[in-house]
Design a binder for this molecule. Structure first.
Ligand code: ST9
Ligand code: ZN
Ligand code: ZN
Length: 333
C-alpha cells in the first residue's frame, strides 16, 4: 500500500486477489457468457411506469418554466439537493456498494443511504445487483440496460418494460453476501418507500416553503420534481451516451467510452471506458479530481477519517493496458 491506499498492481488480477481485496468479484466481465440463440422474448410494456415517467417529465418541464419566478435561495437549494442525491448514487450505490472501491464507516454509510433515498433510483441492494450484472454481462441480454438495444432502451426504455429473463437468471447467481451483511443497506431496503416519500419529495419541497416563504408550487416543481428528473437523466446518460459516444483509450474492444460531458453532469462517472476496464478503481477514472467531484468527496471523507482503503490502479498498469488494448487516442490528448 501507498499512502494507506491499496494500489492494484496488476490488471490481470486473479479472481482470488480481487475477492481478497474487496470481498467480491461479480462486477468483472464474464467472457464465457453466451446469449441464447433465437429471437428475444417479446417486449412486455409496464404501463404504470410509462405513465409515471411521462408525468414526471411533464412535471420537470413545468419546473423549468417556473425557474424565472423562483427565489435565488430555492434555486441554490435545488442545486444542493441535486449534488447530495448525486453523491448518494456515485459515492454510495456505485463506487461503495456496487464495486467496493473503498471502505466507509457507519456514519458515512448512514449519510450516503439518506442521500441515496433522496435520489430515488431503487434501493441500494437492487441498484447494486442490477449494476453488477451490467458489468459482468455488459452489452448482452443479461445486462439490464443493454446498450446494443439502442440509445432509448439503455437510457430509459429498460425501466418501462419487463426485464429480459437472463438478467434475473444471471442476477440470481451473483454473490451479494456483502450487501446482505450491511445492516444499513438492508434497513434502507425494508423502509425504502417511506424513505423516498420523505427524502426525495417531502424534504426538498418543505424546506423552501417553510424557511424562506417560497410558494409551495415552486418548492415542489423545482427542488423536488425538476431536480429529481435531471438527476435521473444525468445518471441514464452514463448508460446511453457514455456507451456510444467518446474515445476508448483503455480498451477498444468494449463499447463504453470516455465522455467528459457526461462526467460533468454525473459528478465524474463519464470516464466509462476506464471504469469498465478497471471497475475496482475508486476514482472511476485515470485522473483524480478532473471533472470528478465524487473523487474529491471520497478523498475528503478519508481526510475526515470516515473512509479508507481507496483502491487505485497504478500508472504503469494503466499505460501497459493502453498499449495493449487501447484505441491510441491517449497520444493525441
Ligand atoms: C433508476 C435506476 O433510474 C438507474 C440506474 C442506472 C445505473 C447507472 C449505471 C452507471 C454508473 C454510474 C453512476 C452514475 C451516477 C450519476 C449521478 C448523477 C446525478 N438479479 O425488477 P423486477 C428478480 S430507478 C437478480 O420487478 P420486472 C428479483 O427476484 C428509477 N434478480 O422485474 C425481483 O424481486 P426483488 C425509479 C433480479 O418484473 C424480481 O426479479 N424506479 C434482478 O421485469 C422482479 O424484479 C423505477 O422507475 C437481478 N438483476 O420489472 C422502478 N432483477 O426485487 C423501475 C430482478 O423483490 N423498475 N430480479 O428481489 C421497475 O418497475 C421494474 O424493475 C421493471 C422490471 C418494470 C423495470
Ligand atoms: Zn460501475
Ligand atoms: Zn456501463
Amino acid at each position: 500500500t501507498k499512502n494507506g491506499n491499496a494500489v492494484v498492481e496488476k490488471d490481470f488480477l486473479t479472481h482470488d486477489a480481487v475477492a481478497a481485496e474487496r470481498g467480491m468479484v461479480d462486477d468483472l466481465f464474464d467472457e464465457t457468457y453466451r446469449e441464447k440463440e433465437g429471437p428475444r422474448p417479446p417486449v412486455v410494456y409496464v404501463w404504470r411506469n410509462i405513465i409515471l415517467m411521462s408525468l414526471l417529465h411533464l412535471g420537470a418541464i413545468i419546473g423549468l418554466t417556473l425557474i424565472p419566478y423562483a427565489k435565488i435561495q430555492t434555486l441554490a437549494w435545488a442545486i444542493l439537493c441535486f449534488m447530495l442525491s448525486a453523491l448518494g448514487i456515485t459515492a454510495g450505490s456505485h463506487r461503495l456498494w456496487s464495486h467496493r472501491t473503498y471502505k466507509a464507516t457507519l456514519p458515512l454509510r448512514i449519510f450516503l443511504t439518506i442521500v441515496n433515498s433522496m435520489a430515488f433510483q431503487n434501493d441500494i441492494f437492487e441498484w447494486a445487483r442490477d449494476h453488477r450484472v451490467h458489468h459482468k454481462f455488459s452489452e448482452t441480454d443479461a445486462d439490464p440496460h443493454n446498450a446494443m438495444r439502442g440509445f432509448f432502451f439503455s437510457h430509459i426504455g429498460w425501466l418501462l418494460v419487463r426485464k429480459h429473463p437472463d438478467v434475473i437468471e444471471k442476477g440470481q447467481k451473483l454473490d451479494l453476501s456483502d450487501l446482505k451483511a450491511d445492516k444499513v443497506v438492508m434497513f434502507q431496503r425494508r423502509y425504502y418507500k417511506p424513505s423516498v416519500v420523505l427524502l426525495c419529495f417531502t424534504v426538498p419541497t418543505v424546506v423552501p416553503w417553510y424557511f424562506w416563504d417560497e410558494s409551495i408550487i415552486i418548492s415542489f416543481f423545482i427542488p423536488a420534481i425538476l431536480r429529481y428528473t435531471l438527476g435521473l437523466n444525468a445518471t441514464w446518460l452514463v448508460n446511453s451516451a457514455a456507451h456510444m459516444f467518446g474515445n476508448r483509450p483503455y480498451d477498444q474492444n468494449i463499447n463504453p467510452r470516455e465522455n467528459p460531458l457526461v462526467s460533468v453532469g454525473a459528478l465524474g462517472e463519464g470516464f466509462h471506458n476506464y471504469h469498465h476496464t478497471f471497475p475496482y478503481d475508486y476514482s472511476a477514472s485515470e485522473y483524480g479530481w478532473r471533472f470528478n467531484l465524487t473523487t474529491a468527496f471520497i478523498d475528503l471523507m478519508c481526510l475526515l477519517g470516515l473512509a479508507s482503503d481507496r483502491k487505485r490502479v497504478s500508472k504503469e498498469v494503466i499505460m501497459a493496458r493502453k498499449m495493449r488494448t487501447g484505441d491510441g487516442s491517449h497520444k493525441s490528448g
